[in-house]
Design a protein around this ligand. Sequence first.
Ligand code: AP5
Ligand code: MG
Length: 221
Amino acid sequence: MNIILLGPPGAGKGTQARKLVDERGMIQLSTGDMLREAKTSGTEMGLKVAAIMDAGELVTDEIVIGLIEEKLQGDNGGGFIFDGFPRTLAQADALGDLLKRNGQTLDCVVEMQVDDNALVGRITGRYTCGSCGEGYHDVTKVPAVEGKCDNCGESNMQRRADDNEDSLRTRLMEYYKKTSPLIGYYYAKDDLKSVDGLAAIDDVAGSITAALNGGDIIGNG
Ligand code: AP5
Ligand code: MG
């Protein structure tokens, strides 16, 4: 089963994708993570996108479609979770074409509905284990031992360069201008399920499971 997690910055796409990887053996394809990896490895592409990402703007369709195209050629295990991709109508069309070319299908698009006011607190409080990628939050999800990852035991917590109020404002604007039209796009294709992303993390996970199992959640079901 191949799915898209669609939602604004801080909606919880990465958090829920990691749960689906653990529970269903799916493969998370986060274009944000891929671009951050390119940034830290100092590749030509990484240098090109660094300033764009830090400012909260979208990198070009050509770059992200290229990244996804490469990954789709590998093993898809329990299915792909597209996290943060597609983000424009051109990317959505390209994904449809790539899946078709590989004989694959898109099975569900989960829209995570959240309130903008909640996003500021989520984003400015977020940090991640740089060793295993486990996500944390200053208030809502702290590790048992301060500074030490519950998952892998390493003390390598990191904060993203774009996790500040200025960049977040730009990221939100980019989302509403360029990404939110995808809600109508996938609704028209009858692929869309909407879940309440403001619920507790495990409750959101439960709604996503119900959506993937074909249940009615909120919205058009
Ligand atoms: P990307 O890395 O995709 O960032 P984003 O879309 O802004 O989303 P985030 O990763 O910030 O949020 P999330 O929804 O994953 O939330 P999370 O689970 O971490 O993209 C970064 C940049 O890369 C873009 O700005 C752009 O420049 C570029 N880029 C990437 N893809 C691109 C593309 N396709 N095209 C062009 N450019 C692209 O949760 C956030 C926090 O909230 C965490 O602390 C978490 O613990 C907490 N939390 C999560 N769920 C809950 C809950 N239910 N209740 C309480 N707290 C919760
Ligand atoms: Mg994310």
